[in-house]
Design a protein around this ligand. Structure first.
Ligand SMILES: C[S@@+](CC[C@H](N)C(=O)[O-])C[C@H]1O[C@@H](n2cnc3c(N)ncnc32)[C@H](O)[C@@H]1O
Length: 220
């Protein structure tokens, strides 16, 4: 189903503190370099319109949240939600998460064991073989998400695509056993129209489509 048109962010909002580009980023990405403090850092990959990062950064002000969204207009939309609320513990990057997590000849932008959480909600399944390399939960990204999590840190993965869910759970068991067993995450009743984890969760639940939710807690 195509995504609904996005409203343009209010031009009076100054997004500078909330919307970053890859060129703006420091060489090493951590709470100190992004937020100037040592709060635990959680990264959401593929934030879409930013409902999760908005609500979660409000619910847990003692953590920092960095949302990465490859589609610039969605990243700007999510950043505008944060700017409007003057949220001090959350920012958006308009860019691709994969190179940020990758280990390259130049080193690691995100250090081993430096993240408290990685959140991946409703990633595009990219079924065609030639497109599979675009999957956020690819072999290499899973290894890097795990590498970047501290022991006890969590990887959250929710989707409404059962085949993708099953394949990913199998892949994680095979290549990242340090993440342990998948722990189910429960569905919360919503109390108002935007009381959902993400916009895609809202859409699936309103359409009566089942949602599959797991969380991994890194063991070693
Ligand atoms: C299906 S949407 C889900 C959005 C949101 N998580 C939700 O549940 O409402 C997947 C999002 O991931 C973004 N995305 C895909 N690949 C990405 C990547 N490599 N880095 C950052 N964002 C990515 C897409 O642009 C899209 O907005």
């Amino acid at each position: 189903m195509p995504r609904a048109a996005l409203r343009k962010p209010n031009p009076a909002l100054d997004l500078d503190s909330w919307l970053k580009t890859p060129e703006d980023l420091p060489a090493t990405i951590n709470s100190q370099t992004l937020f100037g403090n040592d709060q635990p850092l959680e990264i959401e990959v593929g934030s879409g319109k930013g409902l999760f990062i908005q609500t979660e950064s409000d619910r847990r002000p003692e953590h920092n949240y960095f949302g990465i969204e490859i589609a610039r207009k969605y990243a700007a939309h999510a950043a505008a939600r944060l700017a409007k609320r003057e949220r001090a513990n959350a920012k958006m990057l308009a860019g691709d998460a994969t190179p940020l997590f990758a280990v390259t000849d130049e080193g690691k932008r995100i250090e081993d064991g430096s993240l408290d959480g990685v959140h991946v909600y409703f990633p595009d399944p990219w079924w065609k073989k030639r497109h599979r390399k675009r999957r956020v939960l690819s072999h290499d990204n899973i290894l890097n998400f795990s590498r970047c999590l501290r022991v006890g840190g969590r990887l959250h993965f929710w989707t409404d695509v059962l085949d993708y869910f099953e394949l990913t759970v199998e892949l994680i068991a095979e290549i990242a056993p340090e993440l342990g067993v998948p722990l189910p995450e429960t569905q919360r009743e919503s109390t108002h129209d935007l009381d959902f984890h993400t916009h895609f969760e809202r859409r699936s639940r309103k359409m009566g489509i089942p949602v599959y939710r797991v969380c991994y807690r890194k063991r070693s």
